[in-house]
Ligand binder design. Sequence first.
Ligand SMILES: C[S@@+](CC[C@H](N)C(=O)[O-])C[C@H]1O[C@@H](n2cnc3c(N)ncnc32)[C@H](O)[C@@H]1O
Length: 432
Amino acid sequence: MADRRPRRGRGPAEADPPGTALRRAALRLLDAVLRRGDPLDIAAHAATQGLAPSDRAFAIAIVSETLRWMVDIDGLIDSATEQILPEDVKSRAVLRLALAQLLVLKTAPHAVVSTALPLVAGGPRRLVHALLSRAQQEEWKLPDSANLPEGVAERWAAQWGDDIVALAAASWSAPPPIDLSFASEPADGEWADAISLAPLHRRLPRGQAVETMPGYQAGGWWVQDLAASLPARLFGEGKGKTLLDLCAAPGGKTMQLAAAGWNVVAVDSSTKRLARLSDNLARTGLSAEVVQGDIRKWAPDAPVDAILLDAPCTATGIFRRHPDVLHRIEPRQIDEMAALQAELLDRSAAWLKPGGILVYATCSLERAEGEDQIAAFLDRHDGWTVDPVKADEPPPAIVPDGEGFVRTLPGLLADAGGLDGFFVARLRAPSG
Ligand SMILES: C[S@@+](CC[C@H](N)C(=O)[O-])C[C@H]1O[C@@H](n2cnc3c(N)ncnc32)[C@H](O)[C@@H]1O
């Protein structure tokens, strides 16, 4: 949507060039993520209000690529300015967005420059103009891999080693492919362009609009990263037994479990996210009992056969598709999430029948939300054991660790498009 409104203090002849409104929205969105710490997908709604869908998508793409490449873009900016621009000044934000357009999205330079300058009206326009001209004249380039923010690189090096940091950087450098999960195995010949890395899975190159893909309305499949499909795979067939799917929305795992024959009770505290879960169930024709409740207070009427606790977490494992997380999440939030997860684990453990199975999962690359969380749980709960995941349970190439947990790290299946970072543990309640 072109923004042709004259801005305050200028005549109509100086109206903003077409495309400025969406860059203004991108600037608001980047500020919401970096200064307020808001998640990109949540902040996007308010920041891009009033834009046409294609402009909205472009504004979000600019911010996503800015966040993905921000460490390297900042390096270029700092190498070209005599005085380091403060982290939070508008000119740095405008330059970050403009350089992401020039160097990543390959937007036409005249469109980038003409829409960047109105964003610094009354500020250092000359500096911004000079720097963007230099970027073009000197043909600035980004490295092959987008560097991780320093604090994240240090934290992950301490937890997983330098090689994993390098693999994470490589896997962060481009958005991931699209994974689909199916309720039943598609017929031979269907999805011929896709690869299958596991039963009921197909992987497609990124860039396709999901709603226009074959069979979307018929509902035989849903979008779900292969790593996110692992926890539900560890329950096997349900045969009508009852499973509590705790923290269930928007329902990727609920649909897997319902398709596998479980009588699923899907509980989540978020009404909005549960509405998406219900829409997903309606589209796929799968069924589950849907319950709105905060599991710190809610409890089931009777003990159940199995529980999936897909706990709220920092989501640092899904950094490829949510490049904002690595800029927002700090040690304090990891500690807060770990404390919440411990509370949810302790409560839900009491709801299993003797000998029942509890699968705990997080899409986090922090040990505090995975391995360390489970070690502390086992210390607190006598009689509970790890039910080790066997080598042939996950899809090939995903090998359980020495304790029988599934931990997917950056670099896994890299040649096939990679995988999100996940932790999954299967625990067994005492038999009575
Ligand atoms: C990782 S997401 C769940 C993803 C979901 N299992 C799926 O496969 O689509 C975590 C969910 O936990 C929910 N949640 C967070 N705190 C909760 C609580 N105290 N009680 C119930 N649900 C909670 C959030 O609303 C969010 O939907």
